[in-house]
Design a protein around this ligand. Sequence first.
Ligand SMILES: [Zn+2]
Ligand SMILES: [Zn+2]
Length: 242
Amino acid sequence: MVNYWLHIKHTLLPELCLLCKKASGIESNTGLCKDCTENLPWLAVQQSCQRCALPLNKNTDQSALCGQCQKQLPAFDACHCLFHYQFPIDKLISRFKFNQQLSYSRLFGYLLANQIHAHYQPSSLPKAIIPVPLHKRRLRERGFNQAQEIARICSNVLNLPLNTNQCQRSKHTDHQLGLSALERRRNLRRAFTSKPFPPDSRIALVDDVMTTGTTLNELASCLKKAGCQEVHLWCIARAHRP
Ligand SMILES: [Zn+2]
Ligand SMILES: [Zn+2]
């Protein structure tokens, strides 16, 4: 029903930019005008950790790692985050997540797919996309999994299979904010389960926001234990560590 009304709305009304509400120069895939797209808080690859995409305060060489990655490399092999988690991306993500405005899945799915397409050689692309699973209790509360909606569009655009049955979030964890690094890791222990992978699996995990990275690291580690050879993270936004 919701989709039906969205369809009617799109057919009858001229499309306005999701941010500035102007009607000109809209990119039909994302729903943003060209100016707003350029002014988004893009995260430059040369200003972030080469392994976990944490924003670093200075321009760095191609191999720079953040302090955390220098101490211990994460379980995932690569990480691509499009934006700093700041205005207006934070606002768009919360509208998407909490108001169930599914037109935002198109925006984020296309932005992510475009960047990934530009970044990878076709031969080095992961072979499947896995959205970060929500615990079924959280899924019931929210009504949908935002990571899965973004991943679905991304998989269509990049023509990569979407795998939503590989892994599960088996433990409900409270919000991680305010916990120490040790408490976060403890809280997440055995939070995910995965089916075994076939040999040579190379997958991309898709999520909306990467905050401390503890959750994604735990999931990546679970997938590796289940036999996945390479895990890449593809996220919309990267928060600075609190
Ligand atoms: Zn605009
Ligand atoms: Zn790092």
